[in-house]
Write a protein that binds this ligand. Structure first.
Ligand SMILES: [Zn+2]
Ligand SMILES: [Zn+2]
Length: 168
């Protein structure tokens, strides 16, 4: 999805996003949806918005695939790539948390959407906050079954406690 910077009106551009995107890095299982507002503050282009998409992730504890709703709010300021050449001319202000560059008049929004989705995927995805994971000893999925390894551990701790109580 491309926009031409020269065609962005002075009052800005509101875009409704409903795009099916392919990514090598993440498996998206729904279209990316949301709202973008694009403003031209020449020579900069500021894109603000919020997008959502469903992605299939692998739980970092139990290693099962699950579907996660990813929500990505963002503000990105794009500078003309020529500014990079004019060294030291442009200082990135502190309030510009995210910065990108554009060259020419054409601007591809698809890359922006992919980037923002990826930025909002957890580094340690969890199918549930309370996911018990798999037993490191026998590999049993502890969300579904109990295994004797973990029972042993609990039992021995309890035994120690009982022993201490007995002595007192
Ligand atoms: Zn899990
Ligand atoms: Zn086990």
């Amino acid at each position: 999805m491309k926009i031409l910077i020269s065609e962005i009106p002075d009052e800005g551009l509101e875009l409704t996003i409903d795009e099916t995107l392919e990514s090598d890095v993440i498996k998206l299982v729904s279209p990316v949806k949301g709202q973008l507002s694009i403003r031209k503050i020449m020579p900069e282009v500021v894109i603000q918005g919020e997008i959502t998409a469903s992605a299939e992730l692998e739980c970092s504890r139990c290693l099962k695939n699950y579907t996660s709703e990813i929500s990505a709010p963002f503000i990105v300021t794009y500078h003309p790539a020529e500014e990079l050449k004019a060294e030291g001319k442009h200082e990135i202000r502190e309030d510009e948390l995210e910065t990108g560059f554009y060259s020419g008049d054409e601007f591809d929004i698809t890359e922006l959407l992919k980037e923002q989705i990826l930025l909002n995927v957890s580094m340690k995805p969890l199918c549930s906050e309370t996911c018990k994971g798999i037993c490191p000893k026998c590999g049993t999925d502890l969300n579904v079954n109990k295994c004797s390894c973990s029972l042993d551990k609990t039992d021995s701790r309890l035994e120690v406690l009982k022993e201490l109580l007995r002595r007192e």
